[in-house]
Design a protein around this ligand. Structure first.
Ligand code: HEC
Ligand code: HEC
Length: 297
């Protein structure tokens, strides 16, 4: 025990010295009574802590337990009958009372919540947005489309929508000759929901025919209709106006086609267009289609 007390005193001196050094120049005895008092309190606390700890270590070492054992024996280890400590018992009862108060009065389930308020406000604003943008005129749609395009689409399609070094489709006119040729060669099945059958590859093999059809389509379906167009019109309709579920409109970027590209993304001759499904709502998609249609004018 004696050696422990000596150890305790050494510990106290060491901690006090540490405290003193840590406080550095800002501390000197006798100058500031608040500082002196603080130091005294530190000393007192240390003494109490060290000696209380020593007391318990001593108790662990030497105490012999007394009292009645509970029934039962766990591999030779018994358990004493201990009364519940009063403090613990009180804390237990108080916490039960507090819990009942908390659930019923403090924060009942239907009380105000920030998340609830946020959701409510979101619903209100969405409604407001929907009614405000329900029937937009042509001009508003176009400028809305333009501003979205400048932010979301120009990185790939370019400021003037002419495509950047062929890295994304030129959107200023509906179909280029090259993309018709590519489509005839490779076909495509990007839009499984809208056009389940897709377009089969190698629809034509004769180079003259391919050229004639490509010129006709890219030229906006004007002039003499090439004979081979019959192969295409079964799906793309007369003059490429498209037909539901089998082939898209090839004349202009329809609302439906742009929305489909934006929702599904598109893997094509040049690269991959990512899906914007979660980033744009239907009105914004419509606005983009309106804007894109004005590009060629
Ligand atoms: C069996 C129906 C079918 C036939 C026949 C067909 N197409 Fe298609 N075509 C489609 C479908 C579906 C798509 C959209 C598929 C995609 O883009 O992945 C498409 C897409 C296209 C596109 C690209 C449109 C775009 O903007 O992405 C072009 C160009 C095209 N077809 C031209 C032709 C030509 C020219 C012919 C005739 C040689 C032809 N198609 C025959 C169904 C058909
Ligand atoms: C990460 C680059 C990228 C971004 C961003 C992007 N696109 Fe595209 N987009 C492409 C590529 C690549 C293609 C061509 C796919 C192909 O080869 O047919 C394409 C094709 C398209 C097509 C179909 C063209 C056609 O004739 O079939 C439309 C319409 C389109 N993009 C509109 C948009 C709009 C609107 C935005 C902005 C919301 C946008 N894109 C943003 C890369 C992009």
């Amino acid at each position: 025990m004696k050696s422990m007390v000596i150890l305790g005193i050494i510990l106290i001196v060491a901690l006090m010295t540490g405290t003193y050094l840590a406080l550095g120049n800002s501390f000197s005895f006798g100058k500031d009574s608040t500082n002196d008092l603080t130091m005294l309190a530190v000393l007192l606390l240390l003494v109490i802590v060290v000696f209380v700890v020593l007391k318990y270590i001593n108790q662990i070492k030497h105490d012999k337990a007394t009292g009645d054992l509970l029934e039962g024996d766990w591999d030779g280890i018994g358990e004493y009958k201990n009364p519940i400590p009063i403090g613990w018992g009180l804390a237990f009862i108080v916490s039960i009372i507090w819990m009942i108060w908390y659930i019923t009065l403090g924060y009942p389930l239907d009380a105000f919540s920030q998340i609830g308020q946020y959701n409510q406000e979101t619903i209100t604003y969405n409604k407001k947005f929907e009614s405000k943008w329900k029937n937009l005129d042509e001009q508003t749609l176009k400028s809305m489309g333009e501003s979205i395009f400048l932010v979301q689409c120009t990185p790939c399609h370019g400021d003037d929508a002419e495509g950047i070094n062929g890295k994304a489709q030129n959107l200023t006119h509906r179909i280029s000759k090259a993309s018709v040729v590519d489509m005839i060669e490779h076909g495509g099945n990007n839009f499984k929901d809208k056009f389940p059958g897709g377009m089969p590859p190698k629809m034509l093999s004769d180079a003259t025919q391919i050229n004639a059809v490509a010129t006709y389509v890219a030229g906006g379906f004007k002039g003499q209709v090439p004979g081979a167009w019959a192969v295409c019109s079964s799906c793309h309709g007369d003059k490429g106006k498209g037909s539901p579920f089998v082939g898209p409109d090839l004349r202009a970027y329809s609302d439906a086609f742009v929305a489909t590209v934006l929702t599904d993304g598109k893997k094509g001759e040049i690269g991959i267009m990512p899906s914007f499904k979660d980033r744009l709502n239907p009105i914004q998609m419509k606005a983009l289609a309106h804007y894109i249609r004005t590009l060629g004018e």
